[in-house]
Design a protein around this ligand. Structure first.
Ligand SMILES: C[S@@+](CC[C@H](N)C(=O)[O-])C[C@H]1O[C@@H](n2cnc3c(N)ncnc32)[C@H](O)[C@@H]1O
Length: 245
């Protein structure tokens, strides 16, 4: 089975991207892509994010990786891990209120958007400017521009010196060469009593990193979520990590 590998660091699509005023099209230097809207509803709340396509089932993922990956970076499509993490964050009520939150590999940004609407101060990061352009628009559309900052940041060149109470990341563990860099980011940017929430569809490389962190003393608990259509649900793990004592 094909699994995501390292995303192309830059594609023609990453420069000069604009969203149409009516939010229907993402215009890039390699073509125009229709935008779709996903709505996440929990009692009392609704969030909406734009994306260029849902990659929810295994079949969607195979199709995306074989057909669309060369033209579109991973961050502009909606992955099921983002939906699971957003639900997980929403289920935590006031736990993130007033807290400093960093989102890594934010893509279209749903988990950070949910965290901000529940009272967190959020910094959303990604190395893809195209993904960040869509993410920013999603933040504006949810009325959260005053609670969320955006930064282009690459895990391999990490320079953020702030410490965060929570670090969020959905489907960011798939590339083994990135693991030392991600470990460094967690160690450098998590507050001493902070927590990390990582969601992942049980990819093999991801489990290897989580096992290595656990062997080094990180405490990890797992919640299981099921995302997508009843006929073809996708199992997603949301892992909560705390630093070694
Ligand atoms: C599979 S996508 C997931 C996007 C989003 N979190 C979601 O779940 O819908 C992986 C994301 O990680 C970002 N990414 C990959 N390598 C990165 C790196 N070295 N530094 C920063 N972001 C990176 C990609 O640009 C992409 O947005």
């Amino acid at each position: 089975m094909t699994t995501p590998s390292q995303d192309a660091p830059t594609t023609g699509a990453t420069t000069g991207a604009t969203l149409d005023a009516d939010d229907r099209t993402l215009r890039t230097s390699v073509g125009d892509f229709p935008l779709h809207e996903y709505r996440l509803r929990v009692p009392g709340h609704e969030w909406r994010v734009l994306h260029t396509g849902e990659v929810l089932t295994h079949a969607d993922e195979q199709r995306f990786l074989s057909e669309d990956r060369a033209r579109l970076p991973y961050g502009v499509v909606l992955w099921p891990a983002a939906i699971a993490l957003a639900h997980d964050v929403a289920s935590r009520g006031d736990a993130l209120r007033g807290r400093q939150v960093l989102e890594l590999g934010a893509g279209t940004g749903l988990p950070g958007i949910v965290a901000a609407s529940l009272g967190a101060h959020v910094v959303q990061t990604d190395r893809q400017s195209l993904a960040l352009a869509v993410c920013r628009r999603n933040v504006e559309r949810n009325g959260l521009a005053d609670r969320i900052a955006h930064r282009e940041a690459d895990w391999t060149l990490w320079s953020d010196t702030a410490r965060y109470d929570w670090i969020l990341g959905s489907d960011i563990l798939y590339s083994e060469p990135m693991h030392p860099h991600l470990r460094h980011v967690l160690e450098a940017s998590l507050a001493p009593d902070g927590r990390v929430l990582l969601s992942d569809p049980f990819r093999k490389p991801s489990l290897q990193l989580l096992e290595a962190l656990e062997a080094d003393g990180w405490r990890i608990t797992l919640s299981r979520w099921s995302v997508g259509e009843e006929s073809s649900p996708r199992a997603i793990g949301v892992y909560e990590l705390t630093r070694p004592a």
